[in-house]
Design a protein around this ligand. Structure first.
Ligand SMILES: [Zn+2]
Length: 387
């Protein structure tokens, strides 16, 4: 078989595992592990707490520093309620496109990572090719966290990380952070005619939303800094996605729950935004408690995805530009695992085949030409590691 046929057959195998994030990915992990073993490569699992899912990492070539980590996630989004022309779990080629759930996001890249293993062995790479395959990326990118920490600790330090999320093989050097909060406002119920003695959780939630609106207006009005300028929009956005509260027209609401998401731009650390928001919540809570001591605002920061900050003279950027020939500036608005690698001290970029517009869609596809471009990328990368 040619390299291309090999990569296609790996992709077919990967697509056939319905690794929706809510389900186990272990069947896929088993298969990848035995594929690597068939090439004499030992892989290491990093389990989730109840051992229903695992990350998998491996290293090909000599145990020395200066290699490259290729990173991809094994999970995919559900197909429930979507209208598919062909079976989403069967790789189907039509009209120059490879259809199947995850072809674009991002089993296409994972298949290319695996296809690169025998190439790296045959080329006798002098610096290692390290592979990182995660779970739960689609649930907020946090499945990879223990694997990234373990790789940083146990493997010779790689010079660069390439996260193969779909970017049409462009070199993406930055993305925004993501922070998610669940907010539970606990008020004090009285008859609405005695509103001065009660605390309406709904009306206090209104103050929180007002704070969010004011920050958006301020951020929008500010001239973006150099790190923020390439983004669309080039400022930190805040958003209230859901709200639920109150029991009756004439009772000050005892409870109100809302969710908030923030997307800080590089140059504005997530921790600054968290501190600002949490300080405002403390201020509002103090005001509520001055009326009635039993009131409270509880915060659950359930989501905290680090941003990818464009690096100065970054090794990953230099490598990816040399391999792809792409010298333009690209940032994206979706989060990736690259932020976690960067937070662990690695130089990281995003670069992978396919278009994010096809991700998560019914009839998700990856163009054959993109898959071939990804394979060429792997060949040139392996050549660099062998030089
Ligand atoms: Zn993805």
């Amino acid at each position: 078989m040619t390299d291309f046929e090999d990569a296609m057959s790996i992709l077919g195998r990967l697509i056939a595992f319905p690794t929706v994030s809510r389900d186990s990915n272990l069947a896929l992990v088993d298969w990848v592990e035995s594929y690597l073993a068939s090439h004499g490569v030992k892989a290491t699992r990093v389990w989730n707490d109840d051992r229903t899912k695992a990350n998998l990492y491996a290293s090909v070539g000599p145990a020395v520093a200066g290699g490259v980590i290729l990173s991809g996630h094994s999970d995919v989004v559900p197909v429930d309620g979507q209208d598919w022309t062909s079976d989403p779990w069967t790789l189907t080629e039509r009209d120059g496109r490879l259809y199947g759930r995850g072809t674009c996001d991002m089993k296409g890249f994972v298949a290319l990572m695996l296809a690169a293993v025998p190439m790296a062995i045959a080329a006798g790479v002098k610096r290692p090719l390290q592979l990182a395959i995660s779970y739960d990326e689609e649930l907020g990118c946090d499945g990879c966290i223990p694997m990234v920490a373990e790789m940083a600790q146990t493997l010779p330090r790689a010079a660069a990380v390439i996260v193969g999320e779909p970017s049409r093989m462009k070199v993406v050097t930055g993305h925004k952070a993501g922070i998610g909060y669940r907010v539970d406002v606990k008020g004090y119920e009285v008859h609405s005619s005695l509103v001065d003695r009660g605390v309406s959780a709904v009306m206090e939630a209104g103050r929180i939303i007002q704070w969010v609106n004011e920050r958006n207006a301020e951020n929008r009005a500010r001239v973006p800094g150099p790190l923020a300028a390439p983004f669309d929009p080039p400022w930190t956005t805040l958003h209230v996605g859901r709200i639920h509260g109150g029991t009756a027209d004439n009772i000050t609401a005892g409870d109100c729950n809302l969710t908030i998401d923030m997307r800080p731009v590089p140059g504005e650390p997530s921790t600054d935004w968290q501190r600002a928001f949490e300080a405002e919540i403390a201020r509002l809570e103090a005001g509520m408690q001055a009326v009635h001591a039993g009131t409270a605002i509880r915060l659950d920061r359930y989501f905290d995805m680090p941003m990818l900050v464009p690096e100065r003279e970054g090794a990953a950027e230099r490598l990816a530009r040399a391999v792809t020939g792409d010298n333009a500036t690209h940032v994206v608005s979706y989060g990736t695992e690259a932020g976690h690698f960067q937070a662990a001290g690695y130089s990281a970029v995003v670069c992978g085949p396919g278009d994010i517009a096809q991700a998560h869609q019914p009839d998700e596809y990856l163009e054959v030409s993109e898959f071939r471009a990804g394979l060429d990328f792997m060949k040139r990368l392996v050549a660099q590691l062998a030089a």
